[in-house]
Structure formats: structure tokens, C-alpha cells
Design a protein around this ligand. Structure first.
Ligand code: BGC
Length: 814
């Protein structure tokens, strides 16, 4: 692995799905897994193509119940391209001898190169080199270039290039018994100029999909263009090619003559459109036209590379040691999922990228780990992602009303229209049992949205958004919290009952008749923050928009007084001198951690282990992921101190450190988000163990630490979280009060690093930190100087200037 490439040697079926996920290519509009073009979906391979925001809903019968799930749809596979020598069988790594196999993901260029040398039935060697891209400048185009060389022989080969509409959503083993046929009305056909096409639609959401492929080769190598035998119809093919289509596969067949050692190139250019696209007549025509208009491969490659070059310039990152290349890979996948093209789409942050089918492409609170990073690089993308939430505000209000609440109750899992998409049942693969899923009670997702609104507006200075869509969301989310909080006269506090916190292991009290927990500290403290922050924003809102908003939402001073009261009196439970994860957490049994580790080794999914044993994790002080400690992730020590003080508690450094230790011993890290948060919190607390967690966060997907789940899609939140860990976690960077504030903490394993950010109209602001210096360079522009604040001084850096600040001492503290 070099700095900009990610390489895989050899063919290892057991690793294929992981590689496919990590070698996914995408452009924010759509992405395609790094599957071998000659292989169809089976137990080893899973080609998958997903367009952002393309969902479909299907009903299934499981465990005697009828359930509905909305899935991000696996679109027709555009990759298929297979080869055979003479009259042999199609070459495949699973049926033929593979002499060499090498994959090279080039992050700088955004291309995946694969070289494979096959030995056929007669012992003849065929070298194949394939280069593919999903175009970053023209988001509807993809390309697969295949170069074949006969080694030590001359003769004919056949090439079959296809678009395959027979695909289903079957990439996740746990979902196998659920309905998976999302595509219907698949039709194929041919167009002039070596083009085949496929169109279809999703069965219920009725999204129409058009795909076209044009496969061309060096005409001198073509010897025959006979039609494919299994095709239903063959149209007039231009000289030198055979173009055919059957029901659900559009096939183009070439017979080529190879001379020993001479390389023949076959280029397949593909276009994809859906009926969600603007400025098209219909998806099929758009795809056929686009592929027809596509320039030659060299031009396509050049414009693709340039688009990537520009992206990298916006998101420069220079981290030494082994962490650097991993962070770059993470950035690559973040940018492929959420690119500048995303700014034009109505989509949210899919938790598993556009890289696989886990979590059905749904949108969770994971944007909390993604937007703070994007805010300082692609603010227009952050704005679009928040607009996705704003467009679904009405639905969130409807969900709240239907549940008997006020304000906006955002769904834990969101898809196309913003209704709750959390599965009703989930499968424990260990026990084979389908279990009720109460994770929809994670109403804290609303606070994550509010937090992101605030963070985005602070970082970008986009007051227009804050004063319109932003404040509207804040008000409705605040109203939800104020409404759901019930006053308890005995405690003299407001309580929020029946919820689930970030730790999904705990979804109820042992033996209780209802799901949900009371007074989840994270939920309550963040709700208090939302209320307080919304009051601040309303206070600063100019007279006119404030009056409009009050008229629209029915806000009056009595309601605002109520919010003020709730924001100061939400109940936060404590036990043993630490913040309790929820009321009663301290009374739960202690788990025999050592015993379980010894018995099972990997206990990240302790919930599944215990359930399979006939027990429940609800009985134990055992958390899946950071819950209370999330507070130290979201808020700086000063902010957290203020928040607790507002709530009438003094949580000093000692109490916080005690809380960190307490939960550290009781967390199994069954979510990749957990190591990000722990790495961050421990680094900020200057604790030596920080690197262990940072290292785990970096290894999460590349080493597939969550037991095979990366093959089902990357963990986008954790990937972006590691980037933000460098950007904000280690630097203590905050965009508060119109200044860039720094409060760096040392992490010896990452002692010097640099990156560029976009801040309030300044592009390419360079930052470089070492143990004792902070360098900031502001590029020339007509913008205002940037105020840079350290704990002990503030300086102003004008455009075209740079400044080195000595970091005298690292302040002690959490
Ligand atoms: C985590 C959630 C997360 C979800 C999607 C779950 O395993 O517990 O916090 O939102 O994955 O990434």
C-alpha cells in the first residue's frame, strides 16, 4: 500500500465481499461495488449498484408476521463482461486456474485497476487488465476498459458484455428470508452504434431506471459478430459486433482474434439515469443519448481525474505514519458517497455508504459524525443533507402527532419520505430468532439534527439557512422535547421516559411490560441543549422573520418560558459518583466480562450472545457503544460544564474522568462509532489508551473488525468520524462566536499533521499542527481576516497571510 493506492494481491474468495465494499467506486449520485465483472451474485461475489435516494418498499412474511421494509434498491448490474477462449467455458476465478490476481484502487485518480492472468482448459494463458471508474465529473457515466493479451498462443476469444436486470437485493445474509425483488418490468433492447439498453422500474416507488452500454473494440481484432444463441431477438448489428437482448439481460457479443502478445482493448461505457433526475425526458432516452454522446475513453479519464484532483484540493489531508493512508481511504469513501453532486439531490447520509445493502441504505443519526467534517470542506453538501431533513419536517411532525406528541419526532431510520423505517423485527443470526426491534425509540436523533443545524451554520456563517429552514427545525425539535418531558413533582424535575439512548443494547427494563428506558442522560442533556440553543437563536432572530415564524408555528412567550424551565430542570440521574446512562442503570447486574471474553473471544455483539443463551443484555451494566460519553464527544469541556450547570449540576474534571472510567469498563464496542467516540474522548482527556481506540476506529473497515459486516457496506459514520477526530478532536477546533478556536491535545502517535479547510467563504485555509506549533495560512481573497483564538490569545490572520502560533503548554483538563 502506497500513500495513494490501496492494493490487494491474490484471489481469496473469503475476502471477496470485503474487497468489493472497499473497492467500491462512486460519485455521490451512484456507486458500484468492486465486484469482478465476470462474476454474478453468489456466495462469494456480490455486484451491487446503488443510486442515492433510490428506495423501494416490499412486504414480507417473517415469524408469522407481515412486515414492510424499505430498501435502497440494487440496480441492474452494468459490470458484466466475460471472456472465453475458443469454445471453452466463460473464464471465472472460481472455475479456472488464476495465475495472478491483483487489484489496485487508485485514490488520487478514483479508478480501480484489476489484473488477472487466467489459464484455460487447454493450458493457454490469457492476461486481462481492467480499469474502471464511476465518473466524478459526469455523475451518470461509468466506464470499464478491458485489455486482453494472449500469452504464448494466438486464436479467438469471445467477449460478452451485458447489462443485467435479473438482480435482487440479496447482499445481506440476515435479510435473506425477506422479499428482495424490487425491480420489475425489465425490458432490454438495442440502439445504433453498438449500444444495448435496459429499462425497468421499482415495484412500488415506481422509480424508472434507464441504463445503456456501448461496448467497442479495435475493429481489426473483430472476426465475427454472430448473434448470441440464448437471445430472444437480435437486431441489425453494426459490422463487427453482435448486439442482442433477452428478457432481462441486454447482451453484446464480440468474437476477437488475438495474436500472441498483442493487446486488444474493449471499452464499455455505461450511462445510468432514473426518473428522479432533473432535466431529462425519460431515463431510458437520457441514458441512451448520454452514452452515445460520451467522449472517447482518454477524454473521459482525463475529466474524471481532474474532478478528483479538484476534490482532493478541497479536502487536503496530510497525516504521517500508517494512519495517513487509512484516513485518505476513509476520505475517499466519504467523498464517493457525499460528493458535490449530492448537493443537487434530495438525499440523506446513508449509514453504510452506497457500498452495500446493510441497514437498507437508511439514514440514521450517523450524520452527527459526518456533517461536522463536511461543514469545513463541502458546506453546500451539508446544507443539502440538512435540507433533506427539512423536507421531511412535516412528516416528522405527523409522526409526533400520531404518537400523541407535539413538535417533530424524526425517525430513527429514515428513507424516502421521512416516515419511520426502522425494521419491526430483526434476526439474531446466533439464535435464528426474529425479535422485536425497539430501536425506533431513539428519539435522540432529533437532537443530532438540531446539533448539525447549529454546527453547520456556525461553520459556514449561513445565517439565511439558520433563520429559515434551520430555525424551523430547531423550533419543532425543541417543541417535541418540551412536550415529551413530563414534570415529576416529587423530583422537582422533568423526565423523559420510555426512550432508547445511543446504546442500543438497552431497550427496556428487565421484565418490564413496555419497551424503553427512563431519563437517558444523553437524551436529556442534549434535549436541554436543543431547548437552550433554540431560545438563543430565537432571541437573535430579526424581528420580521421571528414574527412570521411565531405566526406559522403558534409560538408564544408562555411556550418559550416553558422551554426555559424544561431546559434547566431536565432530570439527569447519577449513581456511584458518575452520570447514570439512564435511571436504574447502576442497579443492573455486573457482567462477567472476563468470563464472556474467555468463552466467546469476540464479544462485540454481546446482545446476540446473551439472547442466544436465553438471557438478555438488558439485565446488565453492559453497553454496546458510547452513550453518556457521547456528551464529551459533542461538547467541549467548557460547554459541557455550562450545560450541566444550567441543569443544576457541577460535573468537574474528576467526576467526568470517573464517568469515563466507569463506562470504559462496561462497553463492548459493538458499533464502529464507539471506538471513534472513545478515541476522541480519551484523547481529549489526555489518556494513554486513546490510541488503542483511534487505532481500532482506523482499522474498523479495512480489517473488518465487526465480524464480516464491512462486506455489506462500509461504516460511513466511523470513516468520517476518524477524519473529524483529526480535524476537530485533536485540534479542539471549534467555529464558535465567529472565530476559529483551537485547544489542541497531544496524541503521540499522530504528532504532526496538516489539512485544509473551507471556512466562511475562505477556500483552502491551511492548518498544520505539531506538538508545539500551530500554523495557519489564509489564501489570498477579498474576504475578511480570520480570527484565530487559542486559550490565551486571539490573533487575526488576513487573506494572503500566514501565522505560526506557539502552543505554550497543553492545558490540563479533560
Ligand atoms: C449503531 C447505531 C448506528 C447504526 C448505523 C448501529 O449499529 O448502534 O448507533 O446509527 O448502527 O450505523
Amino acid at each position: 500500500m502506497a500513500d495513494w493506492t490501496w492494493e490487494y494481491e491474490g484471489y481469496h474468495p473469503a475476502q471477496e465481499r470485503l474487497r468489493e465494499s472497499l473497492c467500491t467506486l462512486g460519485n455521490g449520485y451512484f456507486a458500484t461495488r468492486g465486484a469482478a465483472p465476470e462474476c454474478t451474485a453468489d456466495s462469494v461475489h456480490y455486484p451491487g449498484t446503488y443510486a442515492a435516494g433510490c428506495y423501494n418498499r416490499l412486504a414480507s412474511d417473517v415469524a408469522g408476521r407481515r412486515v414492510e421494509n424499505e430498501d435502497m434498491v440494487n440496480l441492474p448490474n452494468w459490470l458484466p463482461l466475460r471472456l472465453r477462449t475458443g469454445s471453452g467455458t466463460w473464464l471465472s476465478p472460481d472455475t479456472h486456474k488464476v495465475l495472478d490476481h491483483h487489484q489496485n484502487l487508485d485514490l488520487r485518480a478514483g479508478t480501480l485497476e484489476r489484473t488477472v492472468r487466467y489459464e484455460d482448459e487447454d493450458g493457454r494463458c490469457l492476461a486481462v487488465r481492467q480499469l474502471r471508474l464511476v465518473h466524478m465529473a459526469d455523475p451518470h457515466l461509468a466506464l470499464l476498459r478491458t485489455q486482453v493479451t494472449a500469452e504464448g498462443w494466438s486464436g479467438e476469444i469471445e467477449v460478452e458484455s451485458a447489462l443485467d436486470g435479473t438482480v435482487t437485493n440479496s447482499g445481506v445474509e440476515r435479510y435473506r428470508s425477506l422479499a428482495s425483488q424490487h425491480l420489475t418490468d425489465v425490458r432490454t433492447g438495442t440502439s445504433p452504434r453498438d449500444t444495448v439498453w435496459l429499462r425497468c422500474r421499482t415495484s412500488r416507488s415506481d422509480i424508472r431506471i434507464g441504463m445503456a452500454a456501448r461496448t467497442v473494440t479495435d475493429a481489426r481484432a473483430v472476426t465475427d459478430a454472430r448473434a448470441v444463441t440464448d437471445a430472444r431477438a437480435v437486431t441489425d448489428a453494426p459490422a463487427g459486433t453482435g448486439v442482442a437482448h433477452d428478457n432481462a439481460r441486454a447482451v453484446q457479443l464480440l468474437r476477437l482474434s488475438l495474436a500472441d502478445g498483442r493487446t486488444v482493448t474493449v471499452d464499455k461505457t455505461v450511462a445510468l439515469h432514473t426518473s428522479h433526475d432533473p432535466a431529462i425526458k425519460d431515463p431510458l432516452h437520457a441514458a441512451v443519448e448520454r452514452v452515445g454522446r460520451a467522449p472517447d475513453v482518454e477524454t473521459l479519464l482525463a475529466s474524471h481525474r481532474m474532478a478528483w484532483q479538484q476534490l482532493w484540493r478541497n479536502a487536503e489531508l496530510d497525516v504521517p505514519n500508517s494512519a495517513g493512508p487509512v484516513l485518505r481511504l476513509h476520505l475517499f469513501h466519504v467523498l464517493q458517497t457525499l460528493s458535490p453532486h449530492t448537493a443537487d439531490l434530495d438525499v440523506g447520509v446513508p449509514a453504510r455508504g452506497l457500498h452495500g445493502e446493510a441497514y437498507r441504505g437508511h439514514v440514521f443519526w450517523d450524520e452527527l459524525f459526518v456533517l461536522p467534517y463536511l461543514n469545513l470542506h463541502l458546506p453546500e453538501v451539508s446544507r443539502a443533507l440538512l435540507t433533506y431533513r427539512h423536507r421531511r419536517l412535516e412528516q416528522a411532525c405527523r409522526s409526533a402527532r400520531n404518537a400523541g406528541h407535539t413538535g417533530a419526532m424524526y425517525p430513527w431510520q429514515s428513507g424516502s419520505d421521512g416516515r419511520e423505517e426502522t425494521q419491526q423485527l430483526h434476526l439474531n443470526p446466533r439464535s435464528g430468532r426474529w425479535l422485536p426491534d425497539h430501536s425506533w425509540l431513539q428519539h435522540h436523533v432529533g437532537s443530532a439534527i438540531a446539533y448539525n443545524v447549529w454546527q453547520y451554520c456556525e461553520a459556514s456563517g449561513d445565517t439565511e439557512f439558520l433563520h429559515t429552514k434551520g430555525v424551523e427545525m430547531l423550533v419543532r425539535i425543541a417543541r417535541f422535547w418540551a412536550g415529551i418531558a413530563a414534570y415529576d413533582g416529587t423530583l422537582g424535575r422533568y423526565r423523559i421516559r420510555g426512550v432508547v439512548g445511543p446504546d442500543e443494547y438497552h431497550d427496556g427494563y428487565p421484565g418490564a411490560g413496555r419497551p424503553g428506558l427512563d431519563d437517558n442522560a444523553y437524551t436529556n442533556v442534549t434535549a436541554a441543549w436543543v431547548l437552550a440553543r433554540t431560545l438563543d437563536v430565537l432571541h437573535e432572530l430579526p424581528e420580521l422573520p421571528r414574527r412570521d415564524l411565531c405566526e406559522r408555528t403558534g409560538l408564544d412567550s408562555a411556550e418559550l418560558d416553558g422551554w426555559e424551565d424544561v431546559s434547566k430542570k431536565l432530570y439527569v440521574p447519577f449513581h456511584a459518583g458518575v452520570i447514570s446512562q439512564f435511571e436504574g442503570y447502576g442497579a443492573l447486574d455486573e457482567l462477567d466480562w472476563a468470563g464472556y471474553r474467555e468463552r466467546y473471544g469476540d464479544i462485540r455483539r454481546l446482545d446476540r450472545i446473551l439472547e442466544a443463551e436465553g438471557d438478555t443484555v438488558n439485565r446488565y451494566q453492559a453497553s454496546k457503544q458510547a452513550d453518556v460519553l457521547m456528551l464529551g464527544y459533542l461538547f467541549s469541556p467548557a460547554e459541557l460544564g455550562d450545560l450541566f450547570r444550567r441543569l443544576g449540576h457541577e460535573v468537574d474534571d474528576t467526576a467526568w474522568r470517573r464517568t469515563v472510567d466507569y463506562y470504559l469498563r462496561r462497553t463492548s464496542h459493538g458499533s464502529t462509532l464507539s471506538s471513534v467516540v472513545h478515541g476522541w474522548v480519551l484523547a481529549r482527556a489526555r489518556r494513554a489508551e486513546a490510541w488503542t481506540y483511534v487505532h481500532e476506529a482506523l482499522a474498523g473497515d479495512i480489517a473488518d473488525l465487526q465480524g464480516g459486516t464491512t462486506g455489506e457496506g462500509i461504516h460511513l459514520g466511523a470513516m468520517a468520524g476518524t477524519l473529524d477526530l483529526v480535524q476537530r478532536g485533536l485540534t479542539g477546533l471549534e467555529t464558535r462566536g465567529g472565530a476559529l478556536r483551537f485547544d489542541p491535545v497531544p496524541l503521540p502517535e499522530l504528532s504532526e499533521y496538516g489539512f485544509a479547510i473551507r471556512y466562511r467563504g475562505h477556500r483552502g485555509v491551511q492548518l498544520r499542527l505539531s506538538a508545539d506549533e500551530l500554523l495557519i495560512a489564509v489564501p489570498v481573497s477579498d474576504k475578511e481576516p480570520i480570527d484565530v483564538a487559542l486559550a490565551d490569545r486571539t490573533v487575526s490572520v488576513a487573506p494572503g497571510e500566514s501565522c505560526v502560533l506557539t502552543l505554550h503548554t497543553f492545558r490540563e483538563g479533560r
